[in-house]
Design a protein around this ligand. Structure first.
Ligand SMILES: Cc1cc2nc3c(=O)[nH]c(=O)nc-3n(C[C@H](O)[C@H](O)[C@H](O)COP(=O)(O)OP(=O)(O)OC[C@H]3O[C@@H](n4cnc5c(N)ncnc54)[C@H](O)[C@@H]3O)c2cc1C
Length: 458
């Protein structure tokens, strides 16, 4: 094994794509001020500026463009939303659920279109997603998902079970009892996409102010460490970091996701995996794992399950976690035995934003001029584009399909106060892990614990 770097693979392989000199903030008045230069903030700027080139628009970023989850994620541009069709139906209606998914699937085309139009070199490739099951309980979960798709009128072309022959022809994962495939997913190098997008918005005339941490948000006014700024509309696009802002401490809980990447596999190792079309791969365990084959033939593999930090703290120290990284490596080795033959070269992680109701939302209050988007629960790469387009149309007061989507102005209630939040979230994480263990050991569902989990996630 080689010595692995505690920075992301993406940071290590995007040095040629530099964002041209964002300025220090001098100007004090804008039509729209956006807080956060991740996918949510940048896509919002992109669409607003495309719709109205004269709009005066600035982005304030604590650190650098792509510093947050947008520059560190697993690179899945997935049309599958963090909330299922059934959950959406329960909360809104059948037609609202179908429309959310229809728009989410179309978002992959939209991102591909912009990547091509703006010539963003981010390795965009649409290979779809494979979901595997390694025991009977997981197999039931995979089947249920497909049945649910059918109940909502989504046919084989959207999501289907695949035979073991087809699975092996796409990707060789040992011990699978069942698998499904959806074409609605692409892979990208996320930091290259976020930097390419920043370049595109700068070219459109958006101002980006890096190293400008916003510590207070008020209607038509934000305050950074050095000065204030006025704007008719203020967009908060701060996801996993939201709890750091005054008066926003209980909106989104920061949960950490961690990743590792291997050295490039040889042609012979790729051939053994049979991974020709770079499908993303996950399985149906409760504690999510996710993987992609990068454009330079590395396995990038991630997992959730890290502990939540008391009082929603977010610190650079938390970006790596030896215990969780080792666990992720063990998972990777069992899913892809070939990974034991190559060095792990990178380990990293970061916070993502989770609302109390586990549903992302897009919010705009015309009277106060305050807007926000996010809470993607770890599925924000594509969703941030859809949310940003939705928000841009809301701000422009367009009568548009997107402004009628169910997630518009559907904010969650606040998280519990501490120590309840700490006990509750970490309890749920432990519960998910123990259910997976039980399923692995017995091949049977753990109904009691599953009911508890569902009750608290609801
Ligand atoms: C390890 C990991 C893997 C993931 N994998 C996937 C995946 O494969 N597919 C997927 O769909 N999703 C994935 N996600 C989630 C996805 O990356 C996020 O949902 C998405 O990037 C959120 O984008 P964002 O712009 O809303 O937030 P971020 O990218 O987090 O951006 C927020 C920005 O706001 C800045 N900021 C915060 N507070 C302030 C402030 N007060 N003042 C100024 N600036 C501020 C931050 O510095 C940051 O740059 C993953 C997340 C992680 C951490």
């Amino acid at each position: 094994m080689g010595i692995d770097a505690l920075i992301s693979l993406w940071q290590d392989t995007a040095e040629d794509l530099v964002v041209p000199e964002p300025k220090p903030a001098t100007q004090r008045e804008f039509d729209v001020a956006i807080i956060g230069a991740g996918f949510s903030g940048l896509w919002t700027a992109y669409y607003l500026k495309k719709m109205d080139p004269a709009i005066r628009l600035a982005i304030f970023e604590s650190q650098q463009v792509g510093f947050g989850a947008s520059g560190r994620n697993g690179g899945w541009v997935s049309g599958l939303l963090p909330m299922s069709l059934g959950e959406l139906e329960k909360m809104f209606s059948r037609s609202a659920a179908i429309e959310m998914y229809r728009q989410s699937f179309a978002t992959i085309d939209e991102i591909e279109h912009v990547v091509r139009a703006e010539q963003i070199d981010c390795g965009f490739h649409r290979g779809g997603t494979l979901n595997g099951a390694t025991n009977a309980v997981q197999a039931k979960r995979v089947r249920d998902e497909i049945e649910e798709a059918r109940r909502f009128g989504l046919g084989e072309e959207h999501h289907r079970l695949i035979s073991s022959d087809e699975m092996r022809a796409r990707l060789n994962v040992p011990n699978l009892v069942l698998a499904s495939y959806t074409p609605h997913c692409a892979v990208v190098h996320p930091l290259r996409l976020v930097r390419g997008l920043a370049k595109a918005v700068l070219n459109l005339g958006v101002e980006i102010f890096e190293n400008s941490h916003v510590d207070k948000i008020r209607p038509r006014q934000i305050r950074t460490a050095n000065h204030g700024c006025r704007a008719e509309i203020i967009v908060r696009a701060t996801e996993g970091y939201t709890a750091q802002i005054a008066d926003h401490r209980r909106l989104l809980a920061p949960l950490y996701s961690y990743m590792v990447a291997t050295a490039p596999l040889s042609a012979e190792q790729i051939a053994r995996l049979n991974w020709k079309n770079r499908e993303t791969y996950h399985d149906a365990r409760n504690m999510i794992i996710y993987s992609q084959l990068t454009a330079d033939n590395r396995i990038a593999f991630g997992g959730r399950g890290a502990p939540y930090h008391f009082a929603s703290r977010v610190k650079p120290d938390f970006d790596t976690n030896a215990r969780i990284h080792d666990k992720i490596i063990r998972s990777m080795n069992s899913v892809f035995p070939v990974s034991t033959e190559v060095a792990v070269t990178h380990r990293w992680g970061g916070p993502l934003g989770v609302p109390r109701n586990w549903q992302p939302s897009v919010n705009y209050d015309k009277r106060s001029g305050l807007a926000s988007l996010g809470g993607y629960v770890g599925d924000g790469v594509a969703a941030a584009n859809l949310a940003a387009r939705t928000l841009a149309h809301l701000i422009r007061e367009d009568d548009h399909d997107l402004t009628r989507l169910a997630w518009v102005n559907h904010p969650s209630r606040n998280w519990e106060i501490e120590p309840l939040r700490f006990v509750g979230i970490n309890g749920l994480i432990k519960l998910s892990e123990s259910i997976d263990k039980h399923e692995r050991r017995t091949g049977k569902p753990d109904r009691i614990r599953e009911t508890v989990l569902k009750t608290f996630l609801g």
